[in-house]
Write a protein that binds this ligand. Structure first.
Ligand SMILES: [Zn+2]
Length: 90
């Protein structure tokens, strides 16, 4: 069996970290830690626990998919997060 100089191995994919579409979701901020009164919703990049406006959020709070942005379900929504999200999503 001849040895091939270029074995047909699947090449490792070096650029998997670079994604074109950034994933987001929406996380609720309560008026007080552990409280049940919603203050406003923030946009968070998936995998982070800090909102796009820089707020530390409790990831155990209610969450919504990023699709819910702009709907009644995600109101009131943080103005800073909304503006930043608009710039990040085409
Ligand atoms: Zn925010």
């Amino acid at each position: 069996m001849p040895r091939s100089p270029h074995p047909a191995r699947p090449a490792p994919w070096p650029h998997t970290k670079e994604q074109h579409t950034m994933e987001h979701h929406i996380v609720a901020e309560m008026t007080e830690p552990g409280g049940s009164t919603l203050k406003e919703w923030h946009m968070v990049r998936t995998g982070q626990s800090v909102s796009m406006c820089g707020r530390d959020l409790d990831m155990n709070q209610s969450q919504l998919p990023s699709d819910a942005w702009g709907t009644e379900q995600a109101r009131p929504f943080c103005h800073t997060c909304g503006a930043l999200f608009l710039r990040e999503v085409p």
